[in-house]
Structure formats: C-alpha cells, structure tokens
Design a protein around this ligand. Sequence first.
Ligand code: CAA
Length: 257
Amino acid sequence: MSYIIINKEVAPFVTHIQINRPKELNALNLELMIELKDALLELENDDEVRAVVLSGNDRAFAAGADIKQMAGKSSIDMLITDQFKIWDQIKKFKKPLIAAVSGFALGGGCELAMLCDMIVASETAKFGQPEIKIGVIPGAGGTQRLTKALGKVKAMELILTGEFIDANQALDYGLVNHVVPVELYLSEAIKLASKITAMSPLACQLAKEAVNRSFETNLEEGLHFERKNFYLLFSSQDQKEGMSAFVEKRKPIFKGN
Ligand code: CAA
C-alpha cells in the first residue's frame, strides 16, 4: 500500500502530493515519511516540476507522528531509527513546497506544514502541538518553527497546554498565508503554486534558499548570502530573458537555465 498519491501536472509545472492514510488521520509513520522524502527527491530532479503542493484530505492534513508506532520505543530505539533525519532531507527540497491544510495539522502534522514554504488553509484547519498531552514534546521542529512564526508567548502557551488554534487565529498569528472555504483550499494552493511556476525556477530556488537562510544566520551573513545569490543569477538565461522582456514590454518565458 502506498502512503502518498502523486498527481503530476495538476497545473503546468505543478505536482500535487496527497498524504494517503485516511483511517489514521494521516498519522505520519516512518514508511510514509520515507515515501514522501523519496518522492520529493525524484521531483527535485524533474525539470517539468517547478513547485509542489502537499495536502492531506479534508479531515486531516496529518494528526501527528504515528503514536502507535512510537509508543513502545526506548530512547535508544529512537536514537538508532533517528526518524527525524528524514525531515532534514525534506527541508533541503529546493523547489517551492506549499502545504494545503484542511482539518487537523497536529504535532508532526503541524511541523510538516511549517516545514513547507507556505501554507494555504481551509477554514476548518486546526493547528497545534499536543505532544505535551502524551508526555513528550514536539520533536520535528515545533518548538523552534512555531516560536519563530508566533513569537515566544503564544508558542509557549500552545506547546505547554497542547491546545489547538483555528485557521483564522493561525492567519492572525502569521502562521498561514491564506484561509479559504474548505472546497477551495487545494485549488487555491495550486493557484499560488502556478503564480510561482511562471517565474524563473532558478530565481525561485535561490530566493527560497536566501529566505530560509534568514532563520539560521545573523543579518550580515544573510545579506551577504542574498547578494551572492543575486549576482549568481546574472549568469542565467532567465535573468537575460526577464530583463529583456521588461525592456521590450512583453511577458518573459523562463526556461530554468
Ligand atoms: N498516531 C496514530 N494514530 C492516530 C493519530 C496519531 N497521531 N491520530 C489519530 N490516530 C488514529 C486514532 O487512533 C484512530 O484510530 P482507530 O480508529 O484505530 O482507533 C483514528 O486515527 C481516528 O482518530 P480518533 O478516533 O481519535 O478521531 P477523533 O476525531 O476523535 O480525534 C484527534 C481526532 C483530536 C486528532 C485525535 O485523533 C488525536 O488527538 N490524535 C493525536 C494527536 C497528537 O497527539 N499528535 C501528536 C503526535 S506525537 C508527534 O507528532 C511528535 C512529533 O513531534 C513529530
């Protein structure tokens, strides 16, 4: 059985990956995460793919890491499996990755949405880090990414109480980009991806890298990194095409070279 469904070309250059473990509310077991990581690696090398939308279903984006798979494990089991190293590989995905979230995005589900570059949420979405209720803490980035997104006091409250926030609160807090009715969350995420795929894929890649760098470095180094990426793009045909098209008052056609 496959834990993900890949829908190639839901729009030009856009691929949709759907997490497919509906009975378990898309709980993220190890096998599912390996499949997801492998699929992303393959899409990264596919020139026909410029952006990926990741969704669950209307009821759940994902209700967390698979508690049943983890329940009996020891620290050493966890250390040897090191299940979160897969997340580091997903973090390195070079193309824009947009989460389309409906229903539960809890624990690892919330962390997976935050690992994406943007989040489009349905009005029914619920975000939270309820690990505290099962005697642990977030382990796939929640204490760091939620805090960076919401600020210390809000993140602390959510992580220490395990309470959820709804889509509109998530929007107010800056956790998600857009909130739309449930019938539209996937199509809106695909629309957002399509806006991006009209741009130079090389510029998107370097822009993504530079934005992400801002979370990991100080301002001076971040600015230095940004500038190098900016200068680097002047070796691309897409830069020539983009700037010529502007001067010639026409639409650019970016080829990704
Ligand atoms: N792991 C394994 N199975 C899960 C699951 C999870 N995270 N979340 C839900 N399920 C399963 C349930 O066990 C249930 O299976 P059965 O029918 O076989 O009993 C099925 O999905 C449906 O769930 P519920 O009957 O509980 O549905 P509900 O609508 O009553 O409640 C819910 C929904 C509030 C999301 C509830 O399922 C829940 O609290 N889930 C766990 C949420 C959680 O604690 N997530 C954090 C996990 S730890 C983690 O993620 C660590 C990390 O940092 C990566």
